[in-house]
Design a protein around this ligand. Structure first.
Ligand SMILES: C[S@@+](CC[C@H](N)C(=O)[O-])C[C@H]1O[C@@H](n2cnc3c(N)ncnc32)[C@H](O)[C@@H]1O
Length: 220
């Protein structure tokens, strides 16, 4: 499969998926979007509400370019917080594409390590960040009370409606610990209704550049 690289407004790269015909991140800034949705309103938000915790289990839907994972690995080191990061991906990109993307980032060696490390094993990327990549469909998730934080980064409900249903959000609800959090760029009404039906308590937050809103969902 041929993934093309697209340079976004903040200078960071994203990918274009040839089958789904979707970009992996916003054209208004890939790194700034990830930073806003997953780091600031995901990891930092959860840590703020769980000040006594020094370790966190994260599940990411869609490893993709590795951008979310790279920013999280960096944040783990900065904050000295232990992170176990489990990510599912059903269409992994090639190492060559990953190397090409990495040239646009200062932390290029982290991104390359994240892509080069084997699938299905727990691999330590730095002193605080361990990744477990699984070449699996996210629909297969069957964990129970395992994760503190979910990065829900599927392609849009228009291109993958099957990944934004009440049933999927129920699986993620089960997989999440009490006081856990799910964060997503999506603010669509039908998605918020599905999240609520699955038991999540939702809040609309200001979106990243070019997007009015985003959504966080909490398990209480
Ligand atoms: C919006 S992109 C994720 C971007 C990624 N988080 C990053 O930082 O680059 C969505 C990802 O989900 C993957 N994907 C699509 N369907 C999937 C499925 N059923 N299970 C797991 N991954 C899937 C795509 O291949 C793509 O990598």
């Amino acid at each position: 499969m041929e993934f093309s690289i697209v340079i976004t407004e903040d200078g960071s790269p994203t990918l274009h998926h040839p089958v789904f015909e979707q970009n992996y991140h916003s054209i208004n800034g890939a790194a700034s979007e990830s930073q806003h949705i997953f780091i600031q309103n995901g990891l930092d938000y959860w840590l703020h509400n769980n000040k006594d915790k020094t370790s966190i289990d994260i599940f990411e839907m869609g490893f993709g370019s590795g951008l979310n994972a790279m920013l999280t690995a960096k944040r783990a080191e900065d904050l000295k917080v232990n992170i176990i990061y489990t990510t599912y991906e059903s269409f992994p990109i090639s190492i060559d594409t990953a190397i090409e993307i990495s040239t646009y980032f200062e932390n290029s060696e982290i991104l390359i390590n994240l892509h080069q490390c084997p699938w299905g094993q727990a691999i330590k990327i730095n002193n605080y960040f361990t990744i477990i990549k699984k070449e699996k469909k996210m629909e297969c998730i069957d964990a129970i009370n395992k994760f503190d934080l979910i990065y829900y980064d599927a392609f849009s409900p228009i291109s993958q409606p099957e990944l934004w249903t009440t049933e999927i959000f129920q699986k993620l609800f089960k997989a999440t610990k009490n006081q856990g959090l799910l964060t997503t760029y999506c603010a669509k009404g039908s998605v918020k209704r599905s999240l609520k039906e699955a038991g999540w308590q939702i809040t609309a937050l200001k979106g990243p550049k070019g997007k009015r809103e985003m959504t966080i969902a909490e398990k209480h």
